[in-house]
Design a protein around this ligand. Structure first.
Ligand SMILES: [Mg+2]
Length: 248
């Protein structure tokens, strides 16, 4: 399965555990959103964009309340009292506690990060070999893409505000789970179709073997990223790299 071949014309990269330490995402990025959500809702909660996110969140909340009522477990869900933007906080905290994939929560977190990056309070970490690899791959005519479960706007922010500067000029496109789940082969076929290359011309690098299996099933080349302190060190037979040095 997988491996690197000379025909690679595009490289598709996972973020967490591949370009970026998992610890940055877990210990800095998500806690930053949690710590700043209340102040953000206070200052920006009545803007049109945030009102739209909150309306979507309310829909998600009501759908969940209906489901839970049917299961007679409605007492698990926090109350949403009043009409102020901050009234959404107990439910937002509940979603974050459970690490739930809420579209509205993701949109709000993205706006908090946008402010944090813009104010210089937040800067993303990448592994030291990432920028040299991006430069080398770009010079070599390879196109670079990202596939991450974080939203595309959040991905762009992360690469725009790294400790090594703005890396977005090196990236040709971004994919999130709008194209499909990361462990499903069809998602990789769709990405290849959008990029406009046959899957074997695309190399996917990730720290999660199940994602590589899906990419491999779609016909992509694959490499397993084994970075320090990654949570899933089992490469499951895929070719392992510890750095982007020496790739292409
Ligand atoms: Mg990952």
């Amino acid at each position: 399965m997988g491996g690197y071949s000379d025909r690679i014309k595009a490289i598709l990269l996972d973020i967490e555990g591949t370009t970026t330490p998992v610890s940055f995402v877990v210990e800095q990025l998500f806690p930053f959103a949690r710590q700043h959500l209340e102040a953000f809702l206070q200052s920006a909660g009545r803007t049109e964009a945030v009102q739209a996110d909150l309306a979507l969140l309310r829909e998600e909340y009501e759908a969940e309340a209906d489901d839970l009522a049917a299961e007679e477990a409605g007492d698990k869900l926090p109350k949403w009292k009043g009409k102020s933007p901050q009234a959404a906080l107990p439910y937002l905290n509940y979603l974050m506690d459970q690490d739930r994939k809420s579209t509205a929560l993701k949109a709000l977190q993205g706006k908090v990060w946008d402010q944090g990056y813009g104010a210089g309070e937040l800067r993303s970490q990448i592994f030291p070999d990432v920028l040299p690899a991006f430069q080398r791959w770009q010079a070599d005519g390879k196109q670079l893409f990202i596939f991450s479960s974080g939203s595309v706007p959040a991905q762009k922010l992360l690469f725009r505000h790294t400790e090594a500067g703005d890396l977005t000029p090196y990236l040709s496109g971004y994919f999130d789970t709008e194209v499909g789940p990361k462990k499903v082969a069809a998602s990789y076929r769709k990405i290849a179709a959008i990029i406009g290359l046959p899957p074997p011309d695309i190399l996917f690098i990730s720290d999660v073997a199940a994602e590589l299996q899906a990419a491999d099933a779609a016909g992509m080349a694959t490499l397993f990223s084994q970075r320090p302190n990654n949570p899933y060190p089992n490469a499951d037979g895929f070719e392992v790299i510890q750095t982007f040095e020496g790739i292409g």
